[in-house]
Design a protein around this ligand. Structure first.
Ligand code: PHE
Ligand code: ZN
Length: 850
């Protein structure tokens, strides 16, 4: 399937479609290889339209017939769609097309997963279902008839009727085609219901394959909690009689917010204590909430074009983070999010793939479902909220829903709402949406005669296409502590607007210790000369839990960097501080688990790179091993007691408190395993009645190369459970020593249960490979080669997942010349593959252009 020369689309070229779509009627005659789709669409020319071209998108469609107002016509088939001469008055377009769901391995459009029909239309998948103006600013009501012999046949909106071999659906809310969905198959439902605040009864269902019924209860409870939360916090009520969620095994992303018919990767909805870890439960909770929240932020108010993607995604991620913070622990959620931001968004923002939260050009929009659009998009909203204050934030949001309900909007619309609600000028703030790159903020301080001065200098390194950057508005949350540990100034938000700016604090009896960027109030990199003594002081005394963790994290990085660069021993003062904290039962176990989790090796590599060094992955690995071993020895006498004290007794429950305790317990177990030869882990493995403890024990054993028996037992026990098998695949690669990582992954690709076509399985193997820093970057280059070979093989089947995984190479310029040339060779090999998809071509080209 050779793609023609790549076309680039630009934000500045936006033009509205020349026609309104008044209604859409679709009939599906389902057949695995020859599904017929009949469309009947009412179009009305817009009187004031500048461009009256009647172009309908369409890809991989076999056109059987087309009619205008009942008369057969022969449209001109063009690249990516068709053109047709149409009347200047309203008219009815009818088309019949044939598509092949069973042959659709790209998982976009209508495809089959385990004999079940399902769709994925975001961003531009609807054009693989029928000819249509497949753009988010074209909104219409959809009426859908499904004909087939599947026991369950679902679409968006409310059911209108069903009989032997057919079902009809109508969605009264106008929506863009990317929110269309259809599901048909042998499914069973886990039912529920919710009464909205105005007293409307909503029927809820989670639809799964027979056998998975027992894994729906948690998802259902979460859905109800999300519905209630959105009413309580944002005043937003659900707007249909029915809300369906369907679990599918083959899915490119996490889940999809189709109106009234959310479709989920089964890994993001199915949960049971025996098969899911605490981390799985938390992720499922967040994703169910996220998709539900899209009903207002995404569906009722959608995007004008795909450049505005962060309008719905940044806001919805922000909302789901608020939800998780409310359901669990606010500081722990914040720390987790910052860890993820630094692990996923910072490398993107500081490498060849850097782009602003609102990009200005793309070849393939699927390549812009990124950490920058999602996570940085959410950070930008967090900053906005901090700048205007909570009351103004909710006032602005109410205005947003009032003013724009039913519309397809832009970032300009969004900011205007805040300007109108608060009277604030947001033109400088808007730079966060148009400038890429992570700002560096250099901090210096001065103290004289009771006055303390903080000076901030901001700058952002060049990013592709953006050599120079203007200063941005940066909300800098700061507090001051006195040397005895009391807080002398509570948190205050300083607004940085200039390249260099100072702030003074008067009336201070002695030089304070500053706590800067509390709660991580802006997605920036702070540069400040400070001492380990001061970091240890903040770790012990800061009143802001985020910054307490951050101080510990900085200490961990400093000692690991010193170990790598100077061959230093682990910092004794830091080890003491850790020991004190771990043993402090007053502290939240989840927080202690976080402090006890060392920065990842990739994070150390990133830190070294930021400081101008070339990271050596093997040395970073060795330092990590030495550090953990030393920590284990330091804690030796207390580990058994700590292990016992943090073991959660009684039946498993996924709540935050017990999950936090188990997280700490898992950390203790992994340290203990370094000293006791795996005895405790083997006991835990044998007695575990939940996946969190079983998996923690298995991981600890495998890391110590003592888990062979348990790994086999795990396989025997779970081989019929796809999601658990993904864990089994991933864990072996994650735990492998650097020199064995690529070989382990290669062997697993030969395993009978390896399935290239299942994105979860592919990601289990290759996500784990790319995530094993020292293994992937092993000097042999085997990791690079294995990934490249498999990306090439996957590309012809599933371009979207292939392209996403190319990002594993985005940091290549950080490494030494030898590794760079090994990676370049693999990237060039991918780039040179004949018939490479537009998706993958765009990604490797951008990465290579670094
Ligand atoms: N819109 C989905 C979400 O954020 C993500 C998604 C994008 C899913 C593209 C499928 C395809 O919830
Ligand atoms: Zn989303």
């Amino acid at each position: 399937m050779a793609k023609d020369t790549p076309q680039t689309f630009y934000l500045k070229d936006y033009t509205p479609f020349g026609y309104d779509v008044e209604s859409v009627h679709l009939t599906f005659r389902l057949a695995p290889e020859t599904t017929r789709v009949l469309s009947k669409i009412r179009f009305a020319p817009k009187p004031d339209a500048a461009d009256k071209t009647f172009f309908l998108h369409g890809e991989e469609l076999k056109l059987i017939s087309a009619k205008l107002d009942g008369q057969e016509v022969t449209p001109e088939l063009a690249d990516g769609g068709l053109k047709c001469e149409v009347p200047s008055a309203p008219f009815t377009w009818e088309a019949e097309v044939e598509i092949n769901p069973a042959g659709n391995t790209a998982l976009e459009g209508l495809y089959m997963s385990n004999r079940m029909y399902c769709t994925q239309c975001e961003a531009e998948g609807f054009r693989k279902i029928t000819y249509y103006p497949d753009r988010p600013d074209v909104m219409s009501t959809f009426t859908v008839r499904i004909e087939g012999d599947e026991p369950v046949m679902l679409s968006n909106g409310n059911p209108m009727g069903q009989g032997e071999g057919w079902a009809e659906w109508h969605d009264p809310w106008p929506k863009p085609a990317y929110l269309f969905a259809l599901v048909a198959g042998d499914l069973v439902n886990h039912p529920g219901s919710f009464t909205t605040k105005s007293g409307k009864e909503v029927e809820l269902n989670i639809w799964v394959r027979p056998g998975d019924e027992g894994k729906c209860a948690f998802g259902m409870e979460t859905l109800k909690k999300s519905m209630k939360w959105d009413e309580d916090v944002y005043g937003l009520e659900y707007d249909l009689e029915l809300f369906n969620i369907v679990a599918v095994d083959d899915f490119n992303m996490g889940a999809m917010e189709n109106k009234g018919l959310n479709i989920f990767n089964s890994s993001c909805v199915l949960a049971s204590p025996e098969t899911s870890t605490d981390a799985n439960f938390e992720r499922i909770e967040a994703i169910i909430a996220h998709e539900y929240f899209h009903n207002w932020t995404g569906n009722r108010i959608t995007c004008r074009d795909w450049f505005q993607l962060c309008l719905k995604e940044g806001l919805t991620v922000f909302r789901d983070a608020q939800f998780t913070a409310d359901m669990r622990s606010e500081p722990v959620k914040r720390i987790d999010d910052v860890i993820t931001l630094r692990a996923r968004q910072f490398p993107e923002d500081n490498g060849p793939l850097a782009h602003p939260p609102r990009p200005e050009a793309f070849q393939e929009i699927n390549n812009f479902y990124t950490a920058t659009v999602y996570e940085k998009g959410a950070e930008v909203i967090g900053m906005l909220k901090r700048l205007v204050g909570d009351d103004n934030y909710y006032k602005a949001l109410q205005l947003y829903f009032e003013r724009h309900d039913g519309q397809a909007c832009t970032i300009e619309d969004w900011l205007k709402v805040f300007e109108d609600a608060t009277g604030r000028d947001l033109s400088q703030f808007k730079l966060w949406y148009s400038q890429a790159g992570t700002p560096r903020v250099k901090v210096s301080e001065d103290y004289a005669d009771g006055t303390y001065t903080l000076t901030f200098e901001q700058s952002t390194p060049p990013t592709p296409g953006q050599p120079d950057k203007a200063p941005r508005v940066i909300p800098m949350a700061v507090g001051l502590l006195s040397p005895n540990g009391d807080e002398v100034r509570g948190t205050q938000v300083l607004e940085l607007t200039d390249a260099k700016q100072s702030f003074t604090f008067d009336g201070l009896a002695s030089k304070p210790v500053p706590s800067i960027l509390r709660e991580f109030s802006a997605p920036v990199i702070l540069e400040r000369e400070t001492t380990n003594a001061e970091r240890a002081f903040l770790l012990a005394h800061d009143t802001d839990p985020f910054n307490r963790w951050e101080a510990g994290n900085a200490l961990a990085k400093e000692t690991r960097v010193a170990m790598v660069l100077d061959g230093a021993a682990p910092d004794a003062a830091y080890l003491d501080a850790l020991e004190k904290l771990v043993r402090d039962d007053e502290q939240d176990p989840a927080f202690r688990a976080l402090v006890l989790s060392p920065p990842s090796q990739a994070d150390i590599a990133q830190t070294l790179h930021e400081r101008g060094y070339t990271p050596d992955p093997q040395k970073i690995y060795d330092a990590a091993e030495t550090f953990t071993q030393t920590l284990a020895q330091q804690l030796e006498t207390s580990l058994p007691r700590l292990y016992a004290a943090t073991t959660v007794e009684g039946p498993y429950a996924p709540d935050a408190e017990s999950a936090g305790k188990r997280a700490l317990n898992g950390r203790i177990l992994s340290l203990l395993t370094r000293l006791d030869g795996g005895e405790q882990a083997a006991r835990q493995y044998a007695s575990a009645d939940n996946m969190t403890q079983q998996y923690a024990a298995l991981g600890a054993l495998m890391k110590a190369e003592k888990g062979e028996v348990q790994s086999q037992a795990f396989f025997d026990q779970w081989q019929d459970d796809r999601l658990v098998m993904d864990k089994w695949f991933a864990l072996q690669i994650a735990c492998a020593a650097p020199e064995k990582t690529a070989a382990t992954a290669a062997a697993l690709t030969k395993h009978p249960l390896f399935d290239m076509k299942n994105p979860n399985r592919f990601r289990a193997v290759f996500g784990a490979l790319a995530g094993n820093h020292a293994g992937f970057h092993h000097a042999s280059g085997e990791g690079y080669q294995l990934l490249a070979e498999n990306l090439i093989a996957l590309d012809s089947l599933n371009p979207q997942t292939t392209a996403r995984m190319c990002a594993a190479f985005q940091t290549w310029k950080r490494y030494d010349a030898g590794r760079q040339s090994l990676i370049r060779a693999q990237l060039s090999r991918i780039a040179g593959t004949e018939g490479l998809s537009r998706d993958t071509n765009e990604m490797v080209t951008r990465i290579l252009d670094a």
